[in-house]
Design a protein. Structure first.
Length: 130
């Protein structure tokens, strides 16, 4: 038995426009000197996944996905590395948040990291746990 899903249709993707957006988003971290590492990575994929078993059954499933990962790191005065990661996923790049929303998320990440740098270190807890 063989089953094939709908034919794979690759959604439109403007590579040049996304390259510019990823560069601008990544550059936004330059405003925050306390962030010593930052990356913005976009992965766009279209694939036909095929599963075949020993009985001769074959299933073909098309899939599209777009994932944008934003990562930023800083270090507290005591040497502890602090990390924030935001991940967005959609069936196509068109379904990802727009540049303004992503820039706002970057600002929030940097603000959160700065607050974490200044936060008091929690005392260790020695007691019962459920």
């Amino acid at each position: 038995m063989q089953h094939a899903g709908d034919a794979l249709t690759v959604p439109p993707f403007d590579k040049a426009a996304w390259e510019g957006e990823v560069r601008r988003l990544s550059a936004a971290f330059r405003k925050y000197p306390e962030v010593y590492f930052a990356s913005v990575v976009l992965q766009v994929q279209s694939a036909n996944e095929r599963m075949v078993n020993s009985e001769g059954t074959a299933i073909t499933s098309p899939s599209n996905s777009a994932r944008l990962v934003i990562e930023a790191q800083t270090r507290a005065d005591d040497g502890m590395d602090l990390l924030r990661v935001e991940t967005f996923q959609a069936p196509s790049a068109a379904g990802l948040p727009n540049e303004t929303e992503l820039a706002d998320k970057i600002e929030k990440m940097a603000t959160d990291l700065n607050a974490l740098r200044k936060a008091a270190v929690a005392e260790p807890y020695d007691g019962p746990a459920l």
